[in-house]
Design a binder for this molecule. Sequence first.
Ligand code: NAD
Ligand code: DAU
Length: 354
Amino acid sequence: METILVTGGSGFIGTNFIKFVMENHPRWAVVNLDALTYAGNPENHRELERDDRYTFVQGNIADAGLLEKLFAAHRFSGVFHFAAETHVDRSITGPEVFLNTNIIGTFKLLEASLAHVRSVPDAPFRFLHVSTDEVYGSLGFKDPAFTETTPYDPSSPYSASKASSDHFVKAFHRTYGLDVVVTNCSNNYGPYQFPEKLIPLVILNILDNKPLPVYGKGENIRDWLYVKDHCDALVRVFLKGTSGGTYNIGGGEEKNNLAVVRAICDLVDKRTGRKSSSRELISYVQDRPGHDLRYAIDCAKAERSVGFKAQYSFEQALAATIDWYLDHMDWVRSVQTGAYRKWIETQYTTRGVK
Ligand code: NAD
Ligand code: DAU
């Protein structure tokens, strides 16, 4: 049995990833290190409470003392680093925490990993850094998709902090020989996503009969990746990727925001038997400053070298995601705390939602 460290394992992708590992990789035990910010929910893993393969540690990735103790106690054979501040709009209103977690936190984790490798040089170890396509900046409608060699050109404090962390991860490989792999993926969706992000926000606003806020004209394009496909890709890159390598991961499903919102409206209406079309709730609001027009992912390298290919279509997985939210309203209400309501109110009042 090997033990892997998963940071941010109580957030959206980390939660799905731990469930994926518990089901599909019985030789891995998991230590989940999560600070439980507003985005982390320990209840997501309630079913694992008595499982010997799972340990939860509440703590900050920037806490060097804690990292040292965890590495000494568990002798991790790998790190899957998800922990981050992740919401672009929050990075615009309060960027500092993005630097502290995404840059300093990643740096501390790299230092702890390097110290560990130096103390047990013959033991297997790999650091997988989960990054984003946003580091590449914005594409025009007709530009070719991002490849692994597209120059970095981040627009928001969030993407700038992720770009910085990517550079540190690669620098630790080139300078100290740390075994790292970096993945840059597109917009994930699926179960357990915090309802500040577009897809769950729209689903829940329809159920509450609230306006569906579309930034600008709704013409911005994202590539949508079902979270289960992403988890599969991460394990493949960890097991088969080349040390020091970067791998783009995408769903091959480019859609503009208006099309995504309309698709959600139609699926929710069908599933709930709503009488009037929820498309009537669509409300165009003030655009996000520095809003990237389009992201598109060329993941030919991941297909070729680690055998990754997204298995879920957008239509199929969006319907499954909607079903999950409708079937887990207790989870939804438990994360819609006072702090959540305050964020939504401030964010959308400023943007001009009636
Ligand atoms: P999330 O916001 O849902 O969860 C982040 C988790 O990290 C939370 O559980 C939170 O408590 C934890 N965390 C935050 N700061 C921490 C700290 N200092 N120490 C320990 N834990 C901390 O995020 P997500 O959407 O699951 O994203 C996970 C990773 O994937 C991030 O690195 C993000 O940049 C990257 N990513 C996400 C997407 C996406 O569409 N969601 C796409 C591309 C890349
Ligand atoms: O591309 C990967 C990135 O995807 C990740 O790195 C980020 O962590 C993740 O949050 C996501 O970033 P986006 O900014 O693309 O996701 P978000 O769900 O916030 O917005 C998706 C699109 O929808 C974007 O063009 C902005 C728009 N939008 C968003 C919200 C919340 C709206 O039109 N209205 C909204 O209310």
